[in-house]
Design a protein around this ligand. Structure first.
Ligand SMILES: [Zn+2]
Length: 449
């Protein structure tokens, strides 16, 4: 950590734009960004030519599942996949680990489980469930970044969904700490379409109809109301319904402290392409039609949607019903952590968006949301040397063998993507370099006090 490193490139993405220069790194921090011809005695130089140097990707929505469901993913595999994908910081969800992160004790069990296997940085979300309201104050003090709640069944029985009355209490507490409540926004109700899926469980169309946009729209309306009532920060995770954009836009215009993320799979895939039985695409809320998804891009453009997360939520192939293609029974969750950067860039580039916009959606805006904006998400003096060095022009086809997640199941297999990650640095240590892992365990546990 003590050695002085200089990374030289023709393309460094700085807050002032992409430019040629040298990044000086000392003690894991960027000590200066200097012109390419400036002196840098005493620094070991690494010239990466015209590869793009960008702030490391931050993924605020990852289900690592350890301890308890380490056979689904785990810190070792998730943080290695992250490093290979240019992701330098993850924030882990309070489920589907066992125990779930709903008390200080459980939080300590989780951080202990991560020891010795963090190859990138990792922070944690706590959880709100109906019976842990007394635990929340201590949990927030112990360093979680905020709390997550569900308005519908989470898929995990020991993480039951909350009602508005629980959330009012959680929000009041969160306001004290200026931390956000993350909400899975679907308010389910009995609908006749549910029968379609029972009759034809392999049909993607039946699955899509079984979780309509109206569920999301209603849940978001409720959260806007609670945000207005309490004045606390509300964050809508994985927005899929474009119909909800208008009410979010109005809430933001009103000055409510509401933020929104969408998932990369809603931006890359469309319902029209998903074959019956292709349960690797099952997630909730579901991937909707092309027309809906193009509206999400528009909302990203004007930042009604603040940023993009992976919602990486893998499960073993049997639980994904890969053999049977049964959408009704399959675990709802998409594995895509490793491919966040090329997936978003491939789809963004096609629509004329820039590298600067992609870097905001995958790093800078997320650092702001996490209140890490003074240390992460930018290449400038005083910031952590968490960097991704990649080739935004090179293409590759996702092969199962290249996947570092525990299970080689992902809807991205076979997709041609643009953007190859060549090197990843965490606190100035080269963790990943052209298919090789170098300095492992470079990641830190991030606590938010
Ligand atoms: Zn999730």
């Amino acid at each position: 950590m003590n050695h002085k490193l200089a990374i030289k490139s023709k393309r460094i993405l700085t807050p002032e734009g992409v430019r040629e220069g040298i990044i000086l790194i000392e003690k894991g921090e960027i000590s200066a960004v200097i012109p390419a011809n400036a002196a840098h005695e005493g620094f070991t130089i690494e010239d990466v030519g015209d590869l793009l140097v960008m702030p490391g990707v931050i993924d605020p929505h990852v289900h690592i599942n350890e301890p308890g469901r380490t056979d689904w993913e785990g810190f070792e595999t998730a943080t290695k996949a992250a490093a290979k994908g240019g992701i330098t910081t993850l924030i882990d969800m309070p489920l589907n680990s066992s125990p779930v992160t709903t008390s200080v004790n459980n939080f300590h069990i989780k951080t202990a489980a991560s020891m010795g296997q963090l190859h990138v940085n990792c922070g944690f979300w706590g959880g709100v469930v109906p019976d842990n309201l007394n635990e929340l104050d201590a949990l927030l003090q112990s360093g979680v970044f905020g709390l997550k709640a569900f308005l519908t069944h989470s898929g995990i029985d020991d993480f039951p969904n909350t009602e508005a009355e629980h959330l009012r209490i959680a929000l009041t507490l969160l306001k004290k700490y200026d931390k956000p409540l993350l909400v899975h926004c679907e308010l389910d109700e009995a609908i006749p379409e549910a029968e379609l899926l029972t009759k034809n469980p392999r049909s993607y169309d039946a699955y899509l109809k079984s979780r309509p946009a109206s569920w999301e729209n209603k849940a978001i309306a409720l959260m806007i109301k609670l945000c207005r009532e309490t004045g606390a920060r509300v964050h809508i995770v994985h927005l899929s319904s474009a119909e909800a954009i208008a009410q979010i836009k109005a809430a933001k215009a009103e000055g409510l402290p509401i933020t929104v993320e969408t998932g990369q799979h809603y931006l890359f895939f469309n319902a029209e392409q998903i074959n019956d039985g292709a349960t690797e695409f099952k997630c909730a809320p579901p991937i909707r039609e092309k027309e809906n998804n193009e509206q999400l891009w528009k909302a990203l453009k004007d930042l009604t949607i603040d940023f993009i997360a992976t919602d990486h939520s893998p499960a073993p192939p049997e639980l994904k019903e890969i053999g049977t293609g049964n959408f009704q029974k399959a675990w709802g969750g998409i594995a895509g952590l490793q491919f966040a950067l090329p997936v978003v860039w491939t789809a963004a580039k096609e629509r004329g968006f820039t590298l600067e916009q992609v870097s905001k959606w995958l790093s800078t805006n997320i650092a702001g949301f996490l209140h890490l904006h003074n240390s992460k998400g930018k290449i400038m003096k005083g910031y952590d040397a968490d960097l991704v060095i990649w080739d935004p022009e090179k293409q590759f086809i996702v092969a199962a063998d290249d996947i570092q997640h525990r299970h080689k199941v992902s809807p991205y297999i076979g997709q041609q993507l643009t953007g190859v990650v060549e090197q990843t640095y965490v606190y100035g240590q080269k963790v990943y370099d052209h298919e090789n892992y170098l300095h492992l365990n470079a990641g830190k546990i991030l606590l938010k006090k």
